[in-house]
Design a binder for this molecule. Structure first.
Ligand SMILES: NC(=O)c1ccc[n+]([C@@H]2O[C@H](COP(=O)([O-])OP(=O)(O)OC[C@H]3O[C@@H](n4cnc5c(N)ncnc54)[C@H](OP(=O)(O)O)[C@@H]3O)[C@@H](O)[C@H]2O)c1
Length: 163
């Protein structure tokens, strides 16, 4: 038996499925959890909207159902909720999204991606935010009230994941 140190899987305010089984198991077995795409592949930063065009073959979001113009428009209330929470606290949407993940458990450590130094600095700011239990609940409830559109992956890929 090889002990598992950490699992990397998608987890964010847009994709909370690990809460249904993987995270409780990590807690039970003492396994770390590394959320990939913690900024919803950029969506949670308010960088993207229904006008955004992705270059097929160069940016895989061109093939992801969650990044169609319709889905990005439909998911806008989540960005509004991040601003509603972050503005009075001087936090950007990206910082709120990362602070929410970091507030879950000490063994949950997100890996946001960026190619820009100023965004790296902004995102690191999310690590020094500490949310109270009330604030965490407020943010969790606000995001849970929004039904995220659409699937994470195209149907063909989803079938392989679900298998
Ligand atoms: N294991 C897997 O299957 C898997 C799958 C996906 C990703 N990952 C890993 O997870 C990590 C991050 O995932 P990700 O890059 O897909 O998604 P992410 O961290 O959720 O989002 C990254 C996107 O957000 C933008 N961004 C980052 N910070 C921003 C800010 N403060 N303001 C505005 N835009 C911002 C980046 O653009 P710029 O670069 O232009 O800033 C980039 O387009 C990477 O290390 C990746 O390799 C692993």
């Amino acid at each position: 038996v090889q002990p598992l140190t950490a699992i990397q899987s998608e987890y964010s305010l847009m994709w909370k499925n690990p809460e249904k089984g993987v995270l409780p198991l990590c807690q039970e077995l003492g396994i770390g959890f590394v959320p990939y795409s913690p900024l919803g592949r950029g969506y949670l930063t308010d960088l993207l909207n229904e006008q955004t065009k992705f270059v097929a073959g160069k940016d895989n979001r061109a093939d992801l159902p969650r990044f169609t113009a319709e889905a990005m428009k439909a998911n806008r209330p989540l960005i509004d909720a991040l601003y509603a929470f972050g503005n009075p606290r001087g936090l950007t949407p990206a910082q709120v999204a990362l602070a929410w993940l970091l507030a879950q458990k000490p063994w949950i450590v997100p890996i946001p991606g960026t190619t820009k130094l100023h965004r790296l600095e902004e995102n690191l700011g999310g690590a020094s935010v500490s949310l109270s239990a009330d604030e965490l609940r407020q943010l969790t409830d606000a995001s849970a009230a929004i039904q995220i559109q659409d699937e994470r992956y195209p149907e063909s890929a989803q079938r392989m994941i679900d298998r």
